[in-house]
Write a protein that binds this ligand. Structure first.
Ligand code: CAA
Length: 523
């Protein structure tokens, strides 16, 4: 038994999250009482438990005997009275305050006075729930992540009313279950959702505005930023109704337009297209999609103009792909693709106009500015129809290239650019000429939010990084990312994004600017 001071735990609501939580508790050896509203919902809950543990049996991770034991520890009921002898009850019903308050009123009546009552709310105020009970000192938030059996993070939320012992006991329980608790105060979205949902909603906004396609945005974030899933795949996993509820709740507190749910999300929810659980959301779940474009064909001849780390990185990619690289004016004439990789806008412009003179018509000219100024460089060449933007979000990894087209780019040149860059062995995604293209436009505002959260003292660097790595499977946390990518680069990209959108929350967080000025990493 791994429950510390808890031995019998109730779970109210056996949807995706509640069933996952019940499974985690039962796997930890605890006696679990699962309660649902009616027999139909209870049967669906049993189905979730059987499927999830059955999948582990199929993969050889669990024996059939162990599965039987786990399922045998979960008593299922439609009667709240069966929760009467639990030491802890975790509520996981849909995210409606009125519904949660009704459930807590019932729990208050049937549970022992010393029982701790927890809510798995994603974003509602735990305090709002606590004040309507007769035991506000014993109310905590215990926020698991989807899929609960897999994700290691659990946010433990204590309100100003919670007795410290209650939150600490729940944190001990969570540790005993092999998860990592992060204990924080009661703010909308807590740590992980507050950082995650601005990003998810911005991705939906990108789709809405036609900046890039669903598949390209997903591929960009998966391949270019190393995330386990792209934003649309993840929203479909979370459930679009939940996404909408979380965004509405965060917006109500933040009043930050970036949390005002994108219309496409609201439309899908109204249409009942809620993601994986209904078979369709941003994706139809019988289709496989989301992979970046790849192309076969001979390695292109690439001209590189300019010197510096970017030029070196592109030359290394060409080398890996067996592409011939040319950098003399005479050599540029026979290139399929010419990449400007100069350091600084003035140098880029001068080198580019010389290169364009040398290039034969129809050669793809790629410029590497990522601040929404591809069109300016394109116009300066005198051949704007041949020009695209090229950005490697992680040049060292050499996995993904973003190709931005302007209103002046010839569609055939855009297609050729995609094909040629793909032949360098890179995944390729397309977007319009806007600051940050896809990856930087999505990751730097998220990193800025993390710096702002750190600056505001809501959570420390370890908790913020743990929230994103253990809660959302990110390879590294945002504070570590800022130090890796460079606070100075973050400030530069954020200033470009802010200049383009005038979105107040995109102005670099004061803490970030301070670290740049001090020349000191965040950690
Ligand atoms: N239930 C149980 N186990 C599952 C599972 C599920 N639904 N889905 C995957 N798994 C397990 C698999 O059994 C597998 O384990 P083993 O290797 O031990 O067999 C492991 O997870 C990996 O699964 P897959 O190989 O099938 O797939 P994957 O490598 O693509 O990983 C993933 C799937 C773990 C979900 C991964 O893509 C990931 O981490 N995605 C990010 C998920 C995320 O961000 N979650 C948080 C959402 S926000 C939230 O939940 C908070 C909120 O309030 C809304």
């Amino acid at each position: 038994m791994t429950g510390g001071s808890f031995s019998r735990v109730g779970v109210v609501g056996l949807g995706t999250m509640g069933a996952g939580i019940a499974e985690v508790l039962a796997r930890g050896g605890l006696a679990v009482v699962g309660v649902e509203i009616d027999q139909g919902a209870l049967d669906r809950g049993r189905g979730h438990l059987e499927r999830s543990t059955g999948r582990a049996v199929k993969r050889g991770k669990l024996t059939e005997d162990a599965q039987r034991e786990i399922l045998g520890r979960v008593a299922l009921s439609t009667d709240f009275a069966d929760l009467g002898d639990c030491d802890l009850v975790i509520e996981a019903v849909p995210e409606r305050l009125d519904l949660k308050r009704t459930v807590f009123a019932q729990l208050d009546r049937v549970c022992r006075d010393d029982a701790v009552l927890a809510t798995n709310t994603s974003s509602l105020s735990v305090t709002d729930i606590a004040v309507t009970t007769g035991r506000p000192t014993k109310i905590v938030g215990v926020h698991f992540f989807n899929p609960a059996p897999v994700m290691k993070l659990v946010e433990i939320i204590g309100t100003v009313l919670t007795e410290p012992g209650a939150a600490a006991r729940v944190a001990d329980l969570v540790k005993g279950l092999g998860k990592t608790p992060v204990t924080i105060g009661d703010r909308a979205g807590f740590v992980a959702n507050r950082l995650l949902f601005g990003y998810l909603n911005q991705a939906a906004g990108m789709l809405e505005s036609g900046h890039a396609t669903r598949d390209d945005i997903d591929a960009a974030m998966k391949t270019g930023a190393g995330l386990p899933m792209g934003p649309f795949t993840l929203m479909d996993l979370i459930g679009l109704d939940t996404c909408l509820e979380v965004l509405d709740a965060i917006y109500a507190e933040s009043r930050d337009r970036r949390h005002a749910a994108s219309p496409v999300l609201r439309e899908l929810v109204t249409a009942g297209l809620l993601g994986r659980k209904t078979g369709r959301g941003f994706y139809a779940h019988d289709n496989s999609s989301g992979d970046e474009e790849k192309a076969a064909g001979a390695a292109p001849v690439v001209g590189i103009v300019g010197v510096g780390p970017l030029a070196d990185a592109i030359a290394a990619l060409c080398d890996r792909a067996g592409s011939e690289v040319r950098d003399s004016a005479a050599g540029l004439a026979g290139c399929d693709l010419i990449v400007e990789a100069a350091e600084g806008a003035e140098a880029a412009r001068a080198l580019l106009s010389a290169a364009v003179q040398a290039a034969k018509p129809g050669t793809v000219i790629a410029v590497t500015s990522v601040d929404g100024s591809v069109i300016e460089q394109a116009m300066a060449t005198g051949r704007p129809s041949d020009v695209v933007g090229l950005h490697l979000p992680d040049p060292a990894a050499g996995t993904l290239a973003e190709i931005a087209t302007t209103v002046a780019t010839d569609p055939d040149i855009a297609d050729r650019a995609v094909g040629l860059v793909a032949r360098l062995g890179l995944g390729v995604v397309r977007c319009r000429d806007r600051a940050g293209f896809i990856v930087d436009a999505l990751r730097f505002p998220y990193l800025n939010d993390a710096a702002a959260m750190l600056g505001a003292g809501y959570a420390d660097a370890d908790s913020i990084d743990a929230a994103m790595t253990l809660g959302c499977g990110y390879p590294t946390g945002p504070i570590a990312d800022l130090d890796r990518l460079g606070p100075d680069r973050a400030v530069t990209v954020l200033r470009a994004l802010h200049a383009e959108t005038r979105e107040p929350a995109l102005a670099p967080a004061p803490l970030l600017v301070e670290h740049v000025t001090a020349g000191k990493p965040l950690r």
